[in-house]
Design a binder for this molecule. Structure first.
Ligand code: NAI
Length: 358
């Protein structure tokens, strides 16, 4: 059996740090396991174009392992060519880089390691909210430059206490964000999700649901995006919706870049309609060098908290998603049932509610 894994290259960092399991060097720690069973294991970061390792080996691979961090985009065309493919495993959470409808049609299972990095992302969300609201990045850059001008920073620095914070999506990550925000004494915690939280869960975090998205964003000082990317969320935060945000609101998106319209966000930051935007996810990954989200700034020359896609790939998270990937593989190889929460597309089609299939 051929197992193909598209991972990111870790270079000298992965050679020095063996806990960087999600890299082409450390190979999710499953090479010995697979080879001891006589399987072929191809690992590469080369994923674009017809001559790439990805496109060459997808033709006869039975198992495809990918990560959202350096996504091997499994398009409908590639699925047509993948004559032997039975199962796609996402080492992490979020399988939007796979054409799920095409996978359903071809009877290809799609599994991910649900929950493996939800705490990692929730912590990053809280950090990103704080760094925007408190105007942290330009303050640090000023110090590195050797300057000291407190008023330049303080004129756009606020407390999180007393602000209204809302999450689009109150699933595993969104709910953990609400839990972590509770001690900050925000004025209100809100959520927008097409599923209501169980009453007790909502009470625990003191969160109110707003059912209309425009009304929801108009109430928030901070909006955080924590829903999956699917047909119903692509471009959800666009120029029209951004007009309904409070003037000077902050937006944090660690879910998927394409949920927010790239140019509309950049324009909203440039005009000050958004005071800032932060996150780690991009509409294309790796993001091109000239991607406007790398350098966009608000009218005060601040308000950018963008980083590469790493919130869900801390060393703690890598241990969890590498273990989870191995368990999914073991279940597949020994014909055992998969954990229900990990199944996005099962043997009989969609099995998750998160992707809007309800
Ligand atoms: P989850 O499935 O537990 O929760 C998703 C929630 O979004 C559900 O409550 C669902 O009802 C809701 N939802 C779906 N469509 C919606 C819509 N149109 N409007 C409002 N709510 C909607 O997923 P989890 O674990 O919380 O992850 C969420 C997403 O975060 C993942 O799909 C992935 O894209 C992203 N993620 C990013 C990571 C990173 O490293 N930046 C790592 C892990 C996940």
């Amino acid at each position: 059996m051929k197992v193909l894994a598209i991972l990111y290259s870790g270079g000298k960092h992965a050679e020095e740090e063996s806990r960087l399991l999600g890299t082409t060097e450390n190979q999710l720690g499953i090479r010995d396991y697979l080879q001891s069973q006589g399987h072929e294991y191809i690992v590469s970061d080369d994923k674009e174009g017809p001559d790439s390792v990805f496109q060459k080996h997808i033709v006869d691979a039975e198992v495809l392992i990918t990560t959202p961090f350096h996504p091997g985009y499994l398009t409908r065309d590639l699925i047509e060519k993948a004559k032997n493919l039975k199962i796609c495993i996402t080492a992490g959470v979020g399988s939007d880089h796979i054409d799920l409808n095409a996978a359903v049609e071809k009877g290809i299972q799609v599994l991910e390691v649900s929950g493996s990095n939800v705490v990692s992302v929730a912590e990053h969300v809280v950090m990103s909210i704080l760094l925007l609201v408190r105007n942290f990045v330009p303050a640090h850059e000023m110090i590195e430059r050797g300057d000291w001008q407190v008023s330049e920073i303080a004129r756009n620095a606020y407390d999180l206490e007393g602000k209204v914070v809302g999450t689009i999506g109150a699933g595993r990550i969104g709910y953990r964000v609400l839990q972590r925000l509770l001690p900050f004494d925000c004025k209100e915690l809100l959520y927008f999700d097409y599923t209501a939280l169980p009453e007790q869960a909502a009470r625990t975090v003191n969160a109110k649901r707003v059912e209309d998205l425009k009304e929801f964003v108009s109430k928030c000082d901070v909006v955080t995006v924590n829903c999956p990317l699917h047909e119903g969320t692509k471009g959800l935060v666009n120029a029209d919706l951004l007009k309904h945000f409070k003037k000077g609101a902050w937006l944090v998106n660690t879910a998927r870049g394409a949920i927010c319209d790239k140019d509309a966000v950049a324009a909203a930051v440039a005009s000050g309609q958004l005071n800032g935007y932060a996150g780690d996810v991009w509409n294309v990954q790796p993001a091109p060098k000239d991607h406007i989200w790398r350098t966009m700034k608000n009218p005060l020359g601040a308000g950018n908290g963008m980083v590469p896609h790493y919130s869900g790939t801390t060393l703690d998270a890598q241990a969890r998603y590498a273990n989870g990937t191995k368990s999914i593989l073991e279940n597949y190889l020994t014909n055992k049932d998969q954990e229900p929460q990990n199944i996005i597309v099962g043997k009989k089609g969609y099995e998750t509610k998160a992707y809007g299939q309800r």
